[in-house]
Structure formats: C-alpha cells, structure tokens
Design a binder for this molecule. Structure first.
Ligand code: AMP
Length: 183
C-alpha cells in the first residue's frame, strides 16, 4: 500500500493518532507500506508506528531530499532514486493501492497524479482518501463541484474510496472495481 501524507504533523494530535492506528492495522494485516521515506511529520509517525507493530516499511526518496527530510534510519528498505519523478514512479509501481492521509500541497500533488492516472486507465489500482477529522471534506466539496459543473464524470467520483477507519479501508479495497477508462 502506497501512503501519501504530510511532512508536518498538523495542528491537532488527532492526525498523528489516526495515522498510528492505520499504520498498526496495515502492519497487522501484513501489508507492506511504501511511502516517501522521511522521518518528519506524519510520514515519520506512519513509519514509526508500522515498524513498531512489526510491519514492513519501504521508503522511496530522491538523494536531494535524503538530508532535508531526514531519511528514516530504521526502515525495512530505503530506495534512493534520482529525482521526484522517479520517486513517484517507483511508489506507483510498488503499490497495490494508494491512500492519502492528511497533508499539504505535496500530498495533494501525489494524490491527484494517481487518481487522474486511474481515470486515464494508466493503472487499475484503488485510490483512497483517509478522512481523519473531516480533513478532506473541503476537497470532497470541490470534487462534487467538478461533477456538478460537468468537469468530472460521476463514475470517477464513485471510484474514489473515502474512509474514516482502517476497517472501512480494508473492506472498501476488497470490494473495489475500476471504472471504465475515460478514452
Ligand atoms: P506536504 O503534504 O506538502 O507536507 O508534502 C508531503 C511530502 O510530499 C513532501 O515532504 C515530499 O516528500 C512530497 N512531495 C512534495 N511535493 C512533491 C511533488 N511535486 N512530487 C512528489 N512528491 C512531492
């Protein structure tokens, strides 16, 4: 499972708590986590919690960020890649599914790439939002607006998984089927 999340921890402890809960659940299910490889913010929280629970965690980081984002020292594997493009490509290849936890512009950038590629049929893997504390509601309103104004087919909104708990996520992943590609 490839996880995108913030390089900050957010204004409320609820974000780190929910991230820890998800990381533990994935570790217990034997699901390998693939993420950006950092030790900072919710990325660090995620990796620490999964490793502590005995899970496998693979980081993917460009050399330029290894110092800036302080590569996590305890990962099961750390792939050092040339640049951001290779990072995203590697994270996409390794994934069976993608989930975005709360984060900022970087998290959104990664989320939109995998969700738009799903619409184009470039991959057939589920994409999910982990809606901790209603964090993604403003984005979901925008997505509704895309549909209402005729810029997004309803089936792509439907194909996006939105969950609030690890159990909901695991159930949704089992049931998910891809929508027909756009072209
Ligand atoms: P943020 O959600 O802004 O805290 O960003 C989370 C992480 O996403 C950052 O620490 C980066 O590792 C990664 N990131 C930011 N921008 C990009 C990008 N354009 N492409 C790929 N990864 C990114």
């Amino acid at each position: 499972m490839t996880v995108f999340t913030g390089s900050a921890t957010g204004a409320s402890a609820i974000y780190a708590e929910a991230t820890t809960e998800l990381a533990r659940a994935l570790a217990e299910q034997g699901v390998e986590i693939v993420y950006g490889g950092g030790h900072v913010g919710l990325m660090g929280t995620l990796a620490d919690a999964a490793l502590e629970a005995g899970g496998r965690v693979r980081g993917v980081m460009p050399q330029s960020l290894v110092d800036g984002e302080i590569a996590h020292p305890g990962l099961s594997e750390l792939d050092i890649v040339a640049d951001m493009h290779e990072r995203k490509q590697r994270m996409a290849e390794r994934a069976e599914a993608f989930i975005a936890l709360p984060g900022g512009a970087g998290t959104l950038e990664e989320f939109f790439e995998v969700w738009t590629w799903q619409q184009l049929g470039l991959h057939r893997k589920p994409v999910a939002l982990y809606d901790v504390n209603g964090f993604w509601q403003p984005l979901l309103s925008m997505i509704e607006h895309f549909v209402a104004e005729g810029f997004l087919a309803e089936r792509y909104r439907q194909a996006l998984i939105v969950v609030q708990t690890p159990a909901e996520l695991l159930a949704a992943l089992q049931q998910w089927a891809p929508a027909p590609a756009k072209w």
